[in-house]
Design a protein. Structure first.
Length: 141
């Protein structure tokens, strides 16, 4: 079971970390993510999508793929505490397949910086296909 980083993971976590909530005046802030499937990714592999900062509140989530193909491939989005906190297992084979924020993820407030994980299920995704989207948060004080 391999672990990979999405294309924006390094930039968000290391280079583009959100500022203090007082700088944002409580406004909603998007945390984008994007991952292109590379050779060798298989069922049950995990991808680090992005990092939610401590004390923020998740108020929205949007995810779309260009069709991961495979034989009924599913995608689960969560964190180390709950693997499907943000998106329950969803079949993502069609072009423009979309993910929906799970009830457990709405208004979720992590107490520490939290890595968001995407896990493939059932089958391996097709190389070159893309998963992209954003979490929408309100930074905590």
């Amino acid at each position: 079971m391999a672990l990979r980083d999405s294309v924006l993971y390094d930039k968000l976590h290391v280079k583009k970390y959100l500022g203090d909530a007082r700088d944002r005046a409580g406004r909603m802030v998007p945390i984008p993510f994007e991952h292109t499937v590379v050779a060798g990714e298989a069922s049950a592999d995990t991808v680090n999508l992005c990092v939610l900062p401590a004390n923020c509140e998740v108020v929205g989530y949007d995810m779309v793929t260009d069709g991961l193909v495979g034989a009924g491939i599913t995608v689960i989005v969560g964190d180390s505490g709950d693997t499907d906190r943000f998106q329950a297992s969803t079949v993502m084979v069609a072009a423009e397949a979309r993910g929906v924020l799970a009830f457990a993820g709405a208004r979720f407030r992590p107490t520490a910086d939290t890595i968001v994980l995407l896990t493939y299920g059932v089958a391996a995704p097709t190389v070159g296909r893309i998963v992209r989207g954003a979490f929408y948060i309100v930074p905590g004080a």
